[in-house]
Design a binder for this molecule. Structure first.
Ligand SMILES: [Zn+2]
Ligand SMILES: [Zn+2]
Length: 144
């Protein structure tokens, strides 16, 4: 991959906007029970990168913080509930942000992307399943 082109992201309602100016070192699909419950999803995806490359452009005062452990502080939009980033006290030089809210590629190398905390994965989720792909809901055509 060539030089990283900065990307921007925002929450669903648009109150919180951010810019990422450095590529992610790692991308994690985290199956831990805290991520599952904070996101309400089967797993949560985070890009990990140097904090100095992450800037909140607007809406910093619209972020709420929930500490899912003594050292893990999850920031989400007060209005729409969208998870934006995590501060981890033990690694203050890094930030974890949600690349699903960004408008571009986080810039990580594919071999730096992985599933973590897989022992906490819900028992019915099949990480290897090749499921049908539809363009919208299941009444829409399958993707070719
Ligand atoms: Zn929002
Ligand atoms: Zn997690």
């Amino acid at each position: 991959m060539g030089a990283f082109k900065p990307i921007e992201g925002h929450c669903q309602c648009g109150a919180v906007r951010y810019r990422v100016s450095e590529p992610a070192d790692k991308v994690y699909h985290c199956h831990c029970s805290m991520c599952r419950r904070c996101h309400g999803t089967m797993f949560a995806t985070y890009a990990v990168m140097p904090r100095k490359g992450f800037t909140i452009l607007s809406g910093a005062d619209n972020l709420s913080v929930f500490s899912s452990s003594a050292t893990t502080h999850r920031k989400f939009c007060k209005t729409c509930g969208c998870q934006i980033c995590i501060d981890v006290d033990t690694k203050p030089e890094l930030i974890w942000y949600t690349p699903g809210t960004a408008d571009g590629h986080p810039g990580h190398a594919k071999d730096r992307e992985s599933h973590i905390y897989v022992e906490s994965m819900t028992e019915w989720y099949d990480i290897h399943a090749k499921l049908p792909e539809h363009i919208e809901e299941t009444t829409s055509p399958r993707r070719a």
